[in-house]
Each structure stands twice: as structure tokens, then as C-alpha cells.
Write a protein that binds this ligand. Structure first.
Ligand SMILES: NC(=O)c1ccc[n+]([C@@H]2O[C@H](COP(=O)([O-])OP(=O)(O)OC[C@H]3O[C@@H](n4cnc5c(N)ncnc54)[C@H](OP(=O)(O)O)[C@@H]3O)[C@@H](O)[C@H]2O)c1
Length: 263
């Protein structure tokens, strides 16, 4: 995730020399600095010293130790802290980093790796307008962003766009399998399924009409698409999608509790 962000920022015109990356693994840093002319260090406090913005891009399990080790420095210089860790509340982060830390909590998704991400963001009351704009422009480097006013909505972001790429992959897999049943080779079925998902999404993105209108336009009464869509409906398609998202949001809340950070 961090390397996707760095790639996106540099592609967006940010000065690489203003970016310092810290990671305990020297080989990882070597690989990164071969790709981007950034500054690297294995010492997190060196990366944080003097920074206006600190992006915390470690796994949730290691966030506590990383954050607590930086607390003194962050309390002193008061940078904006952006967390991309799933399930860790701003309350918990402030507890680790310092009570008045300006924190933007974000939930990006994996298409950020190809600059096509969707990120949900939540700013705590210590974040000023300039910091909010900086946070937005950083995450915009890897896709679109939306803000939520209520942090609880981050579970909904996780359920819809965070886990969403996997749902789309699942649908593509199902199209591929069904295409094979209809007689295509695995490769051809995959190609047709993939390009159809891409083409439909591109069309919807470029259209002024919403998905409902676009679907209705390709669904002639009595035609093949109508019969397929009726079959989806009879099988409870919308209900399954709704149940799946509720289940994911519930799991997101459970995981937050496992990290011990619900308010
Ligand atoms: N992947 C996603 O789709 C996705 C989506 C939304 C949010 N996120 C969140 O993004 C965060 C990063 O996920 P990821 O998939 O990018 O994980 P990752 O590939 O494991 O990246 C984490 C990086 O942090 C480094 N690190 C570990 N301990 C550190 C320390 N003490 N100080 C500094 N750096 C340290 C790791 O180094 P080593 O490899 O040497 O351990 C690794 O390079 C997670 O909190 C995750 O919840 C991920």
C-alpha cells in the first residue's frame, strides 16, 4: 500500500525528495529507492522528525508498538498523521500517539495499486482544513476519495469498497466458470468475463446515466438479458449482496474490538 501511494504521489507531480520512507527491511528500502528517488531509513523517528505529514502504513498488529515509539516526537512536532490501517480507531491512535494528534483515518482498497482505488476517510476534530486538503490530495493520487463524518461509517466503507474488489473477482470467476459450461476454454471465458466487467465499468464511469438506466437499456423485453436477470432475481441476488455487505461490516466491527479499540 505504501509503495502504491508513493508511486501515485510521484506520478501526480509530488517532489520525491520530500518523501522519506522508513521500513525495518533494508532490501525493501533498496527495492523502493531503485524505483523512486526518495529518501529511505530504517529508523522511524528519523522519517518522522520534521515531517508535516506522517503516513502510518503498517499492519494493524504492529501499529501499537510503531505508534508508541513515535509518540514523543509526534507530540512535539504535531504533524498530520494519516493511518491506512484497517480497524484501528482514531481514539486508539490518539491514545498511542498523543491526545491532541491530528489524525485522518483512511480505508483504501487494493486497486490503489493501479491508481484506481476507492478510499474512505475520516478526520478527527484536531485536523484543520489545510491538513484535510493535504490528506485528500495524498489519497487522491491512487484513486477517488470520499469523506465520512461519523467514524462508524468506516465499517461500511470496509464492507463496500475495502472488501469490494474481492466481490467483483468472485463475480468474474463465476462468469468464467459458467462460460466454460457453455463451451468456452478457460482462457477465452476468462477474457470475455474480464473485458465485460471492465467495459461495463468504464461505460458506467463515462456515462451520465446511472447503472439502473444502463442496465435497462441493454435489457430488451423478452430478450436474453431479461431472462438472465430474472434468473438472478429469482435466486435472491440483491438479498445475497445485501447480506454479504452486512456480514462484512459486522466482521469489521468485530476486528476493531479484537484490536481493543472501540470507544
Ligand atoms: N492491502 C490492502 O488492500 C489494504 C487495504 C486497506 C488498508 N490496508 C492497510 O494498509 C496497511 C498496510 O498493508 P499492506 O498490505 O501494505 O501491508 P505490508 O505489505 O505488510 O506493508 C507494511 C509495511 O510496513 C513495514 N513495517 C513492518 N514493521 C514496521 C515498523 N516497525 N516500522 C516501519 N515499517 C514497518 C513492513 O515491512 P516488512 O515487510 O519488513 O515487515 C511492510 O513493508 C495495513 O494496516 C492494512 O490494514 C491494506
Amino acid at each position: 500500500m505504501a509503495s502504491s501511494l508513493i508511486g501515485g504521489l510521484i506520478a501526480d507531480g509530488w517532489n520525491p525528495s520530500s518523501i522519506t520512507v522508513s521500513d525495518p527491511d533494508n532490501q525493501q528500502l533498496e527495492r523502493l529507492s531503485q524505483r523512486f528517488p526518495i529518501t529511505t531509513t530504517t529508523d522511524n523517528s528519523r522519517a518522522v522528525a520534521g515531517a508535516d505529514v506522517v503516513v502510518m502504513a503498517v499492519k494493524p498488529q504492529v501499529m501499537q508498538s510503531v505508534a508508541q515509539a513515535l509518540a514523543a516526537s509526534i507530540s512535539k512536532t504535531q504533524p498530520l498523521v494519516i493511518s491506512i490501517a484497517a480497524g484501528i480507531s482514531e481514539f486508539t491512535l490518539r491514545h498511542w500517539l498523543g491526545e491532541k494528534t491530528a489524525i485522518v483515518r483512511t480505508m483504501p482498497n487494493t486497486p490503489a495499486m493501479v491508481q484506481s482505488g476507492a478510499t474512505g476517510m475520516y478526520a478527527n476534530p484536531y485536523v484543520n482544513d489545510d491538513q484535510r486538503n493535504v490528506a485528500e490530495s495524498i489519497l487522491r493520487a491512487v484513486g477517488i476519495v470520499i469523506w465520512v463524518d461519523d467514524e462508524a461509517m468506516m465499517d461500511a466503507v470496509t464492507a463496500l469498497s475495502g472488501s469490494g474488489p474481492a466481490y467483483i473477482f468472485l463475480f468474474i470467476e463465476a462468469l468464467q466458470a459458467a462460460g466454460q459450461e457453455l463451451g468456452f476454454s478457460k482462457e477465452t471465458a476468462y477474457l470475455l468475463a474480464l473485458q465485460t466487467a471492465f467495459g461495463a465499468t468504464k461505460m458506467a464511469l463515462e456515462s451520465e446515466e446511472d447503472a439502473t438506466i444502463l442496465r435497462q437499456r441493454v435489457t430488451s423485453p423478452g430478450g436474453t438479458t431479461e431472462r438472465a436477470i430474472n434468473t438472478f432475481r429469482e435466486g435472491g441476488f440483491n438479498d445475497i449482496v445485501s447480506k454479504a455487505l452486512h456480514a462484512a461490516a459486522e466482521r469489521s466491527r468485530e476486528l476493531a474490538q479484537e484490536f481493543g479499540n472501540t470507544k
